[in-house]
Each structure stands twice: as structure tokens, then as C-alpha cells.
Design a protein around this ligand. Structure first.
Ligand SMILES: [Zn+2]
Length: 594
């Protein structure tokens, strides 16, 4: 019989420790510390308490735990001396059925990893869905991490150990993340559709109005219908719009809007955007199953386009809802010469209806969006969820230093006007200046010496600046300081500096009331409330123009990498996102009843 959390909270310390036996390999003190911290409101809170104890235990204790782990598909597995938990996990991942070649390869990797880092490789072989990574993916992950930095590998091993404990805990308490598993599976099915050229290579690319894109729209519509939405349609720009009607007893109900995008970058991840469509669908499915209605309409939109890949029209989907669809976009051509107008006609979209997509802000309560973090912060802090304070303001410049190209051998160091050295000095300045703010970022993503030569002092150096900060004022201060320094460097070095601003976007701070609702939702799960700005742009930025908005971030695995096939999150984290949104929907309902 699985334990219940209530039993665990009320058990004697010795019994409670026994209930957590085997979660951390041969390391009972972690469970013992968690037992001291009872009672817990949720397994997520208990898991976090254990991860926190490990985090605070210091490097020696952490290393001892890493070393307590058996080698993957190693001697202990062959000799059947693994713990029951490890045996079960290694066989679920198919490692007990390795071919002789696979065994040999994993043996080599174990030896190489140990030699390089001085501790064994740890991987949660049950994987992000809990059903097993499979041998190929396990070996690929092993090969990738063998190239990792020692500090990263130590930290990643600890994260994997916490993940292993999370799955073991759910098993012991008979509490698998059922909702998260389903949300995971919806992503997996949707990722079967990919544009030609990428599909064959096993890569995910879904750009605006391709066959794969339209197939995705059909599939999302079907998931919505199956979930119990009252109305589902594909609108004039290809957005999938589902609506779960308000309780009919409520007079003149307003609407709460949520959603995110289903297009992807080229060779992108499966969760960017899509998580923000499937999490609310799961919420509606649960409402529908319970026969419950909210005192407001709940509208979920799968935005057709956010990434600006096929056409240069970023935020086309959400833009249409705020009346920002630019007719000149229709004449843009993709790389095959197909105009957006032709693509839309071909998809059967009615261009004349686009202006009608604009929502009347007075009808809406606000906009909420769930999105994978696309950064390393939550992953490093062992936190599944984070509350977005603001989508960062940004400004971009392109620039060029012009000095004097001259002979690299004959021009003395004190007589040079080296344009590349000026840009290099600026690159280091922006790094320091942004770091001083703590939460600003500055990037010189392009840096080139046009037609440079190995034996010529650079006469020209072109560069770009991408500057972002949580508020417009902070961004402006950052930008002003950097522009001033760019000119001061030019002055000191006797070179010319040209700078052109190419883009400027305002910050989209979260509406305080809605941010607080996400905070309360995260708190209700027993998790720490952690706030962070969003460095990337999101659909919420467009809706921000007309209504209050706030976002919830979900932790990404693999150091939070995104716009990359390694982008991932776990079924458990997805489950927590669904639970957080359910809490928020209920809280909004309670406010409406007052
Ligand atoms: Zn996105």
C-alpha cells in the first residue's frame, strides 16, 4: 500500500524516515532532515525540502552522495547487487537489455567520465516523463555530458539525484503526475508534425501555415474538443481559439484570456509556446470532468505565429487580437517566393476578417500565460515554478568603429588607430555595466572586421548591441551609459564611432494583482515564491498593450536550454503548472463571486 502524506506527517520520526527509505542512494540523512521539517502540504514541498537539505549540506556531503551512486549499466547491475530502486530504473530504461556493443560503449563512457571528473556519472534514466529514456538517448546524454565543465557536471549530477528522488517519492506515495503525464503526451503527439527538410532529420520545425503547421492547428483543435471546450475554431490568421463558457447563471460574464504559440524556431524544442496552450487545456478538461463552470468565460488561444521564422512578422498571432496586424506583411515573400497573402489563401483563411479579431479590452479580465523559462535560473535553484515580474524592455543598436588600416608589422603600438580594439574595449565595458545592475543583460552578438587580413591593423570593425532590462528607465540608463562609453572609447583611441538604434521595445511589467494571483497559486502548492524577469519576449507582451497580464515560468531541464532540441521539462513540473493554474482560476472565480 502506498503511503499518504497525512500518514507521513503524523508518523513517529522513525516510521516517517522509513517511509522515505531509499529515496537518496545510501544517504538516509537527507530524509531524516526532511522528517524534522514536517508537516508538509504537498509532495512537491517535501521534495523541495530534501533538495534544499542537500543543497545546504556542503560540497563534501554532496560528493559522497554522488559517489554512492552505482555506475550506469555497470558491474553492480550485471552482478545484481544494485538497490531495488536502481534495478527497477535501469531495467525500465532498457539498460538490462543492452546489446554487447552498447554495454561496451557505456563501459567506456563510465571509465572516461570517472577519469575526467573523479566521480560517477548520474542520470535519472527514467527520464522527464518517468517511463525510461531508452538506451540511445541515455548514451547520447552520457556522450554530451562527458564534454561538460566539471562544476556543471557536479551540479547536474545533484539535479539528477533530486529528480531520481522525485520519481521514487511519487512511487512510494502512489502519486504519479497523471495530469502532467497527459500534458507531456499531448506535446509529444504535436511534435510529430514538422516541416519538410527537418522532419526527415528528426528535427522539429513548424513555421507559419506550412502543412505541418496546419496539422498542428487541427490537432490542437481536436485536443480542445476532447477536453470539453464549448466552442473551438481556427481564426482568420490561423490561431486556434477554444472557449469554455461561463456558468449560465452569471449575468454578463467577462472573459479570462490565456494561451501561447504553437509555431517553433528551426530545429526548436517541443515545449516553447505549446506548454502555454496545453496547461490551460488540462484545466478545462478537469473542470469539464467535474461538471464545473467558472463565473467567467475562459478563452484559450494557440497563437499561430510568434517566432517570425517564415515571414518577418513576429507576434502575428497575438498581434491580431490587439488590432496590430500590418497589411504590408501580406506582400512579404518566404524563401520560396510565396507571399503571406498566398499562404493564407492557400490555407483557406479569410484575410478580410482579420480586423474583426481585435478583442474589446472591456470584455476581458486579463491575460495569463504559462511558458517554459528558456533560461537556467529555476533549474539551478531547484525550483519548478517562477513568477514573472516583467518582460524586459530592450533596445538594439548596430555600430561601427572606423580607424586606420595600416601595416601590422611597421605600425608601432602607440601610433595605431585600431577599430577592433575599440570594439573589444566596448564589449568588455557592456559586460561590466550590465552586470552592475544585476538583472540587466547586454550582448555584442555580432562583431566583424570587414575584409580584415592577418597582417593589417583593423581599419573598420562593425558590431551589434542588444540591451535589455526589467524597466524602461533601467534600460535607458544602461543604453545611455553604453552609448556614452562607446563615444568616449572612440575619442580616446582616435577612431570614429557610428551608432544606429534599430529597435526599441518597452518593458511589459506584470499587472500587480495578476502577479499576486500567480504567487498565491505557487504558495498553495507549498513551493517557495520566486520572482524573475523574462529576458525573452512573449505573446503576453502584445496583450499587455490592451489588458493586464502576468506570466508563470516553468523550469527547463538541461540548464534551461531553449530554441534547441534539448529543451525539456518534466511531467512533474507540468503537473505543478496545471495545479497552479487551477488554483489561479479558482481564485479569480472567488473574486468574481464577491
Ligand atoms: Zn515561446
Amino acid at each position: 500500500m502506498p503511503h499518504t502524506l497525512d500518514e507521513f506527517n503524523r508518523a513517529t520520526p522513525a516510521d516517517a524516515e522509513r517511509m522515505l527509505g531509499g529515496l537518496y542512494e545510501h544517504t538516509p540523512w537527507i530524509a531524516a532532515r526532511a522528517v524534522q521539517a514536517r508537516p508538509f502540504r504537498s509532495l512537491a514541498q517535501l521534495k523541495h525540502a530534501m533538495a534544499d537539505a542537500l543543497d545546504k549540506a556542503g560540497a563534501d556531503a554532496q560528493l559522497a552522495l554522488i559517489r554512492a551512486h552505482p555506475e550506469l549499466a555497470g558491474k553492480a547491475m550485471v552482478a545484481r547487487t544494485l538497490t531495488a530502486e536502481s534495478t527497477n530504473e535501469q531495467s525500465q530504461a532498457g539498460l538490462t537489455a543492452c546489446t554487447p556493443d552498447e554495454f561496451a560503449r557505456i563501459g567506456e563512457l563510465n571509465a572516461a567520465y570517472n577519469a575526467r571528473f573523479g566521480f560517477p556519472f548520474v542520470l535519472c534514466v527514467r527520464g522527464p516523463r518517468g517511463t525510461g529514456l531508452g538506451r540511445r538517448q541515455t548514451i547520447e546524454t552520457f556522450e554530451r555530458r562527458l564534454r561538460g565543465h566539471p562544476d556543471f557536471e557536479r551540479a547536474e549530477n545533484l539535479r539528477q539525484i533530486n529528480r531520481i528522488a522525485e520519481i521514487r517519492l511519487a512511487d512510494k506515495f502512489g502519486a504519479p503526475p497523471t495530469l502532467g503525464d497527459e500534458v507531456w503526451d499531448w506535446h509529444e503527439k504535436l511534435a510529430q508534425h514538422s516541416d519538410p527538410g527537418f522532419a526527415e532529420a528528426g528535427q522539429l520545425t513548424v513555421t507559419y501555415l506550412t502543412d505541418a503547421h496546419r496539422a498542428c492547428a487541427q490537432r490542437i483543435s481536436q485536443v480542445m474538443r476532447d477536453a470539453g471546450f464549448d466552442r473551438v475554431h481556427i481564426d482568420a490568421v490561423g490561431n486556434v481559439v477554444g472557449r469554455y463558457d461561463a456558468d449560465p447563471a452569471v449575468a454578463q460574464p467577462k472573459t479570462l484570456l490565456t494561451g501561447s504559440h504553437y509555431d517553433t524556431v528551426r530545429n526548436g524544442g517541443k515545449y516553447d509556446g505549446r506548454l502555454g496552450i496545453f496547461v490551460p487545456i488540462a484545466c478545462v478538461r478537469e473542470l469539464h470532468r467535474a461538471g464545473r463552470r467558472l463565473p467567467y468565460h475562459f478563452e484559450v488561444v494557440g497563437f499561430a505565429e510568434e517566432e517570425g521564422q517564415r515571414y518577418k512578422a513576429t507576434f502575428l498571432g497575438s498581434g491580431a487580437l490587439v488590432g496590430d496586424f500590418r497589411p504590408e506583411w501580406l506582400e512579404q515573400q518566404d524563401q520560396d517566393g510565396i507571399t503571406m497573402r498566398q499562404a493564407m489563401q492557400n490555407a483557406g483563411l479569410c484575410i478580410a476578417n482579420i480586423p474583426k479579431l481585435r478583442r474589446e479590452p472591456a470584455d476581458y479580465l486579463g491575460f495569463i500565460e504559462v511558458h517554459i523559462e528558456q533560461g537556467p535560473v529555476l533549474n539551478e535553484l531547484n525550483l519548478p515554478l517562477g513568477i514573472v515580474t516583467s518582460i524586459n524592455a530592450s533596445v538594439r543598436h548596430v555600430g561601427e568603429y572606423v580607424g586606420q588600416a595600416s601595416h601590422a608589422g611597421t605600425t608601432p603600438m602607440n601610433r595605431r588607430r585600431d577599430a577592433a580594439c575599440a570594439a573589444a574595449e566596448l564589449a568588455l565595458f557592456i559586460e561590466q555595466r550590465a552586470a552592475k545592475d544585476g538583472d540587466s543583460v547586454a550582448t555584442m552578438g555580432m562583431l566583424a572586421v570587414p575584409s580584415g587580413s592577418i597582417n593589417v591593423v583593423p581599419g573598420r570593425c562593425s558590431f551589434s548591441l542588444d540591451l535589455r532590462a526589467p524597466t524602461d528607465a533601467q534600460r535607458d540608463a544602461l543604453s545611455n551609459d553604453i552609448v556614452a562609453e562607446a563615444r568616449a572609447i572612440a575619442e580616446r583611441r582616435g577612431v570614429q564611432c557610428q551608432l544606429t538604434e534599430t529597435m526599441r521595445a518597452s518593458a511589459a511589467p506584470s499587472a500587480p494583482a495578476w502577479q499576486r494571483r500567480w504567487e498565491a497559486a505557487v504558495e498553495s502548492l507549498g513551493l517557495p515564491v520566486f520572482r524573475l524577469p523574462s529576458g525573452a519576449g512573449h505573446d503576453a507582451m502584445k496583450l499587455h498593450e490592451v489588458m493586464p497580464q502576468a506570466m508563470l515560468f516553468v523550469r527547463g531541464e538541461n540548464a534551461g536550454i531553449s530554441h534547441n532540441p534539448l529543451e525539456s521539462t518534466t511531467a512533474n513540473d507540468m503537473e505543478l503548472a496545471v495545479r497552479a493554474m487551477q488554483h489561479l482560476l479558482d481564485a479569480v472565480a472567488a473574486d468574481q463571486h464577491q
